[in-house]
Design a protein around this ligand. Sequence first.
Ligand SMILES: [Zn+2]
Length: 56
Amino acid sequence: MTVHFMCSCGGRTYSLPDKMAGQKVRCPNCKVLIIVPQSSEQVVLAMPAEDQSIPQ
Ligand SMILES: [Zn+2]
């Protein structure tokens, strides 16, 4: 399954494997960290991560 989501900046839509859900990715458009939403058949708006640091 693939999750389709859009960054809150609206810059573009992303498609990632649903196993990425809940993980943080950085939007290459606005450079903000966003949380990959749960798998959905629709494009959903991803919420920016509150913690703007990526745990190693
Ligand atoms: Zn963005």
